[in-house]
Structure formats: structure tokens, C-alpha cells
Design a binder for this molecule. Structure first.
Ligand code: RET
Length: 133
């Protein structure tokens, strides 16, 4: 599988607001989140990952092993409990988040030295592109 580890800086952020609305994130938080710069810090050790999403407002961190379902509590995002399972599908790292919201998950992949993150909830799809620091 590809190496997605490193420090990544948000470059473009398409339809984050739609994604946050689908998650019922409140207006004030949405406005702050839209204005933020974000940094992803990813460490990868075989099948074990830690992904930290950092901003001046709030941070969000998950640690997981590929193929092992875990309970995720999305503290500071929509504060829901989901069952998350992450797998490699070809060169894409794909997460399914099973819970109250339909069609919820994300995918990471590398293309032309950039890190892509597609976030999905119901019919909302946000695409973020990061450049390596
Ligand atoms: C911030 C700031 C507070 C409000 C929101 C945020 C969005 C975080 C997101 C994190 C996604 C993380 C993933 C990690 C795995 O790769 C920036 C914390 C809404 C959408 C998918």
C-alpha cells in the first residue's frame, strides 16, 4: 500500500459546508470550520495509523488498525458514536462509519504527490486536497 504518512497542509476544500450540514453541525461551528486552515499529521506503522486533524480552533484524532472495526466517538465534530472500519481498496484507504447517518465514511489517496480526502455523509461529498509540508 502507498505511504500517506507525513505532515499535510490543506490546499483546497470543496463542499465542506454540505458535509457539515449533513452531519447537523451547528451554524456557528460551520462558519468557523470553513474559515480554518487544517493540517493532517499522519503516522503509519504497517497496518496501524494515527491521523490528527489539527486547526487553531479544534483538533480531531483517530488511531486504528486496518481491517479492525472500532468504536469512534466524533468528539468536537457531530459528537456521534459510529462503528468505523478502514480497509485498503487498491491504493485507497477507505473508511465506512456505520451508525445513525447513512452512507457515511471517507477515503484517502495520493495523486501527483498530493493527499486527497473525500468525506461523505448521506448525499453530501466534500473533497479536500493537501500538499506535503
Ligand atoms: C475541524 C474543526 C472543528 C469543526 C470540524 C472539523 C472537521 C474535521 C474533520 C475531520 C475528518 C477527519 C478524518 C480523519 C481521517 O482521515 C477541522 C476539527 C467540522 C472533517 C476523516
Amino acid at each position: 500500500p502507498p505511504d500517506i504518512s507525513g505532515k499535510w497542509i490543506l490546499e483546497t476544500n470543496d463542499r465542506l459546508e454540505d458535509y457539515m450540514k449533513a452531519l447537523n453541525i451547528d451554524f456557528a461551528t460551520r462558519k468557523i470550520a470553513l474559515a480554518l486552515s487544517q493540517t493532517k499529521l499522519i503516522t503509519q506503522d504497517g497496518d496501524k495509523f494515527t491521523i490528527k486533524t489539527c486547526s487553531t480552533f479544534r483538533n480531531y484524532e483517530i488511531s486504528f488498525t486496518v481491517g479492525v472495526e472500532f468504536d469512534e466517538h466524533t468528539v468536537g465534530l457531530d459528537n456521534r458514536h459510529v462503528k468505523s472500519l478502514i480497509k485498503w481498496e487498491g491504493d485507497e484507504l477507505v473508511c465506512t462509519q456505520t451508525g445513525q447517518k447513512a452512507n457515511r465514511g471517507w477515503k484517502h489517496w495520493i495523486q501527483e504527490e498530493k493527499l486527497y480526502l473525500e468525506l461523505t455523509c448521506e448525499d453530501a461529498v466534500c473533497l479536500q486536497v493537501f500538499k506535503k509540508k
